[in-house]
Design a protein around this ligand. Structure first.
Ligand code: ZN
Length: 321
């Protein structure tokens, strides 16, 4: 059934998602303890959906479609949206102009405010390629359009059913709390965090460079918990490589990547940039190489033009002399 045996672990996580989320449906007093676990599993659902979207998990088409929908319940958005915002947009432009998820929309500064609000800014601008994709599907690809509508119906319908079940079992107040802590809060956490990851993986990197276009995290624990999503440079260079192969791929690329872009600890990175750098700026990230908005194609022709002007002026001067 599986294309890669490493995805057996993916399935264990995918099965753990509803198991944990449903415990408070029977024991509502446990919701207050279990919601952090649900948050982690929802984030895993997002990360797995990203991997699944690049390299399908199962051999069969039907199973892949079901799996995408399954994950969407937990990370909080219909799964088709990865295609217009991520595959066709982010992977194509990699934080350069045209990428709806650019980290430098209003400023290239990196601090807690810009990083913390990136989710809202990025979501707003991602709605454009999403709307465009739906419009084109409606006009030219009725089957894709039906799939998209089907995913929304499934996603919204499932959540209404999950909320109704919780309310039917425990009444409005506790029922809403159980659904909220087990599904709503984890999904919001997952969406915010996935976009935050996208932000820190690209802020102050050099999209014009062959290997310095992304920031990677090499911690084995983080990569175990998040299915190798720390190896972002390797992921961008071979987007179709299965997640289980990324650590080997990163090891090959690492010598060519600016060492400042290979971070070890996620928490130390956050502490440095958001708490220490306001007082000691050297501890924060700084633009490495060429900034995303500094298009070499726009600055390169300047040289021949200047040379031509120089030649013309020296000719004029020579004629005067
Ligand atoms: Zn990707």
């Amino acid at each position: 059934m599986l294309r890669y045996s490493a995805d057996r672990r993916t399935l264990v996580w995918a099965l753990a998602m509803p198991v944990v989320a449903f415990i408070p449906y029977f024991r509502p007093e446990l919701a207050g303890w279990l919601w952090p676990v649900s948050c982690y599993l929802a984030l895993s659902a997002g990360v797995i959906a990203h991997n699944h979207n690049h390299t399908q998990t199962f051999k069969g088409r039907k199973l892949n479609a079901i799996f995408g929908n399954w994950l969407s319940i937990f990370y909080g958005y219909p799964t088709y949206a990865w295609v217009p915002t991520h595959n066709l947009n982010h992977h194509k432009f990699v934080n350069k102009a045209g990428d709806a998820t650019i980290t430098w929309r209003f400023t290239n500064k990196h601090n807690a405010l810009v990083a913390g609000t990136y989710f809202f800014v990025s979501s707003y601008y991602q709605s454009e390629p999403i709307k465009d994709y739906i419009r084109k599907a409606k006009e030219k690809n009725p089957q894709l359009y039906r799939t998209i509508i089907g995913q929304y119906v499934f996603f919204i319908g499932t959540h209404l059913a999950l909320l109704s079940l919780a309310v039917a079992l425990h009444g409005w107040k506790i029922g809403f709390k159980v659904w909220g802590l087990m599904f709503l809060v984890p999904a919001l956490f997952a969406l915010w965090t996935i976009m935050f990851f996208n932000y820190i993986q690209h802020v102050h990197t050099d999209p014009w460079s062959e290997h310095n276009h992304s920031r990677s995290w090499v911690s084995p624990l983080l990569n175990y918990l998040l299915f190798n999503n720390g190896y972002h440079s390797a992921h961008h260079e071979i987007a179709g490589a299965h997640w289980s192969t990324l650590s080997a791929l990163h090891a090959k690329l690492a010598p060519d990547i600016d060492p400042r872009l290979n971070e070890r600890s996620f928490w130390w990175f956050c502490l440095r940039n958001y708490l220490l750098a306001p007082f000691v700026p050297s501890l924060g990230t700084h633009q490495i190489g060429r900034a995303p908005f500094d298009d070499p194609a726009l600055s390169a022709p300047a040289a021949p033009v200047t040379a031509a002007v120089d030649a013309f002026e020296s000719g004029v001067n020579a004629a005067r002399a």
